[in-house]
Write a protein of this length. Structure first.
Length: 213
């Protein structure tokens, strides 16, 4: 995964931002809060979501170590969504104006930030392309996307943890929680994956890739 979380990036984060330690369920920022910072994930994971008029959550993304959250508030001046920890998580709060100043001085930093933003845009485009697809394709694509996210050296990681709930996955993909659970069970029985609680092992990448076309 293209990441800022190497030795150089950690020192930059320490110089620029305040390190925040979050427990599961803690919010980094809330919908409607003023935008002045972005947040670099040092460990753990977050979900972003918004609330409709009835209070129902619409999950808009999942973010992991090396990702940056908060850019969606840049043009409006306020955050259009919530960002909540899915597990014990550490983030670096980076004031946006300081990041702009450093980006002008450090080409490495600016290039890495743009790469992260590019990857996140690509992931959003992939989700949009799945609209109207059958549930099996959506869930196969989601698992393949996570496997790629967790391994930068090769194209995929065989083992990873689903830190989000089945209902979170359902809200993100636009299907029901029951559909997510049923489909994961079907994939397990067919030998495509192995599921133990929140832990997932991909046993057949080719089978999931065939569903994803």
């Amino acid at each position: 995964m293209a990441s800022l979380m190497d030795e150089q990036s950690f020192s930059l984060a320490d110089l620029m931002g305040k390190k925040l330690t979050l427990q599961k369920g803690d919010c980094v920022f809330c919908q409607g809060h003023m935008f002045d910072s972005v947040y670099l994930i040092g460990a753990g994971s977050l979900k972003t979501y918004n609330l409709n008029s009835t209070g129902k959550e619409g999950v808009t993304g999942f973010y992991f170590q090396g990702d940056i959250v908060g850019f969606s508030g840049m043009d409006m001046g306020y955050h259009p969504c919530f960002a909540k920890a899915l597990e014990p998580t550490q983030v670096y709060k980076i004031l946006f104006h300081e990041m702009e100043d450093l980006s002008a001085l450090e080409p490495f930093w600016a290039r890495q930030v743009l790469q992260i933003m590019s990857r996140q845009i690509r992931e959003n485009q992939r989700l949009i392309a799945l609209l109207g697809s059958r549930s099996e394709r959506k869930i196969a694509s989601f698992l393949l996307g996570l496997s790629a996210k967790f391994n930068a050296e090769v194209s995929s990681a065989e083992f990873f943890k689903l830190t989000m709930s089945r209902n979170d996955i359902a809200a993100y993909l636009g299907v029901s929680g029951e559909t997510v659970s049923r489909t994961l069970t079907q994939f397990h029985k067919k030998g495509y994956i192995q599921v133990k609680g929140k832990e997932v092992s991909i046993l057949s990448f080719s089978a999931l890739q065939q569903l994803n076309v």
